[in-house]
Design a protein around this ligand. Structure first.
Ligand SMILES: Cc1ncc(COP(=O)(O)O)c(C=O)c1O
Length: 389
C-alpha cells in the first residue's frame, strides 16, 4: 500500500517496536512490569465517574457536541485557571480537545506550512516534533542537556534562525526528563516569541504533578503572554483520565481560533458525557490532587532510591511521572531496554523514542504500585543489573 510522503518522513516510532517486543514476551508467558508508557493508573475522582454515569442517561449527550464547545466546561476551565494558576482567561479563550495530543498535532496543521521552521527542545514528547513534521514543517532542534537542567538557551539562537522560525514548543515539567523551568525562563520565552513574531506553545500536561510543594509556573502567568502563547492542559495526567480523551487549550484567541477552525473540519469535539464529567473533575477539591502527588512521589522515591542502590546516582525529579536514567556503559538506549526486558521482564522506554538526543537514556514511568515498583528493582538486583560508567 502506498504510504504518503508525509507519513513516511516520520522517524521510526520506537514505541510501536516496543509493543511488538512486549507481545512476544507475553506470548511466552512472561510477567512483565510495564513501565514504558506514561499511562496513569491513579483512578479518577469517584465523583467524576458518577457524573459520567449520570450524563450517559441524558439523551442530549448522545448527539454531536457543539463546535463552539460546552459553556459550562469553558466556565469550569476559566475558574480552574484562576484557582490553580492565578491566570485570567475568557470563555472564548478556551478550546476543548480530544486529549492534548490531538490538539498539539492539529495546531501544527492549522498554523504551519510546508517548509516553516519550528523550534523544539529535545528530548521531547514525540507529538512536539512529529506534529510539525506531519504538517510538512522543518524541526530545528534546541538541544537540552542535564547540565543545563534540560532548558534550552534561547539567547544562543542565531538571529537568522529565530527570524525565520514560526513556532517554539515548550513543555515544563518535561516528558521524558521531568525537568522544570522557572518563571524567569518563561519570561524570556515570551520576550523571544514577541521579538521574532513566533507562536509560543506551552504543553502543560504535568502542571499538577509536582513534588515537595514546588508548583511549576504557567507560561500564561507571564505578563502579556496571552498575545503569543497557547497553553495545553490534559485531564489524562491531572485526573487519571487518559483513556477518556479530554483536554483543553487556553491563551491567544487568535491561535485558538485556528485550532477551532481546523477541528470543525475534522471532529465534533469530545463526547458530551465526558465533557460533563470533566466539569466535575475541574471542580474536584484539591485533596484529590494532594493524594495523587503523594502517590507518585512515593513511587519516585522507591525507584530512584532503588536505582541508586544499584550504582546509579540519580537526583530525585521534582515533577512529572518519570525517571530519566543513563544506561550503563556498553549499552545504548534500545539494547539496554532489551536487556531489561529479557533478563527481568521490566519494560522501560528507550530514550531515543523522544528524539535522537535521548540516546544513552531510558525513561521509567511510575505507573505501577509501590509493591510492583519495588519488585522491579529487586528483579534488576537479582539479575545483576547495575549502573557503571
Ligand atoms: C508532554 C505531554 N503532552 C501531552 C501528552 C498527551 O496527553 P493527552 O492524553 O491529553 O493526549 C502527553 C502524554 O504522555 C505528554 O507527556
Amino acid at each position: 500500500m502506498h504510504e504518503s510522503k508525509r507519513l513516511a518522513k516520520l522517524p521510526t516510532y520506537v514505541f510501536a517496536l516496543l509493543d511488538q517486543l512486549k507481545s512476544e514476551q507475553r506470548a511466552q508467558g512472561k510477567d512483565l512490569i510495564d513501565l514504558s508508557i506514561g499511562s496513569p493508573n491513579v483512578p479518577p475522582p469517584p465523583a467524576v465517574v458518577e457524573a459520567l454515569k449520570k450524563a450517559l442517561d441524558n439523551p442530549q449527550n448522545h448527539r454531536y457536541s457543539s463546535f463552539e464547545g460546552n459553556p459550562e466546561f469553558k466556565q469550569a476551565v476559566v475558574d480552574w485557571c484562576k484557582r490553580q494558576y492565578e491566570i485570567d482567561i475568557e470563555k472564548n479563550e478556551v478550546v476543548e480537545l480530544i486529549g492534548s495530543k490531538e490538539g498539539l498535532v492539529h495546531l501544527a496543521f492549522a498554523t504551519l506550512d510546508p517548509g516553516d521552521r519550528v523550534l523544539v527542545p529535545l528530548p521531547a514528547y514525540p507529538a512536539h516534533f512529529r506534529g510539525p513534521i506531519l504538517a510538512g514543517a522543518e524541526v530545528f532542534v534546541l538541544p537540552t542537556i542535564e547540565k543545563n537542567g534540560f532548558i534550552p538557551d534561547l539567547d544562543n539562537i542565531d538571529e537568522s534562525i529565530a527570524k525565520k522560525s514560526k513556532m517554539l514548543i515548550l513543555s515544563y515539567p518535561t516528558n521524558p526528563t521531568a525537568a522544570c523551568a522557572p518563571k524567569s525562563f518563561f519570561e524570556k520565552a515570551v520576550t523571544f516569541a514577541k521579538k521574532h513574531d513566533i507562536i509560543l506553545i506551552h504543553d502543560f500536561a504535568y502542571a499538577e504533578l509536582y513534588f515537595e510543594g514546588k508548583k511549576p509556573p504557567s507560561c500564561l502567568a507571564v505578563k502579556g503572554a496571552k498575545d503569543v502563547c497557547v497553553e495545553f492542559h490534559t485531564l489524562s495526567k491531572t485526573f487519571g483520565m487518559a483513556g477518556w480523551r479530554v483536554g483543553f487549550a487556553v491563551g491567544s484567541k487568535e491561535i485558538l481560533d485556528l485550532i477551532r477552525k481546523m477541528k470543525t473540519n475534522l471532529d465534533y469535539g469530545p463526547f458530551g458525557a465526558i465533557i460533563k464529567a470533566s466539569v466535575a473533575a475541574l471542580k474536584t477539591p484539591n485533596d484529590y490532587l494532594d493524594n495523587m502527588r503523594a502517590t507518585y512521589q512515593k513511587r519516585r522515591d522507591i525507584v530512584v532510591d532503588g536505582l541508586n542502590s544499584l550504582g546509579w546516582s540519580l537526583k530525585k525529579p521534582m515533577a512529572a511521572m518519570y525517571v530519566w536514567a543513563q544506561v550503563p556503559a556498553g549499552f545504548n538506549s534500545m539494547s539496554f531496554t532489551n536487556e531489561l526486558m529479557d533478563k527481568t521482564g521490566v519494560v522501560v522506554s528507550p530514550g531515543t523514542g523522544f528524539g535522537e538526543l535521548g540516546e544513552g537514556y531510558i525513561r521509567i514511568s511510575l505507573v505501577d504500585t509501590n509493591q510492583r515498583l519495588a519488585e522491579a528493582i529487586e528483579r534488576l538486583q537479582k539479575a545483576g543489573i547495575r549502573f557503571h560508567a
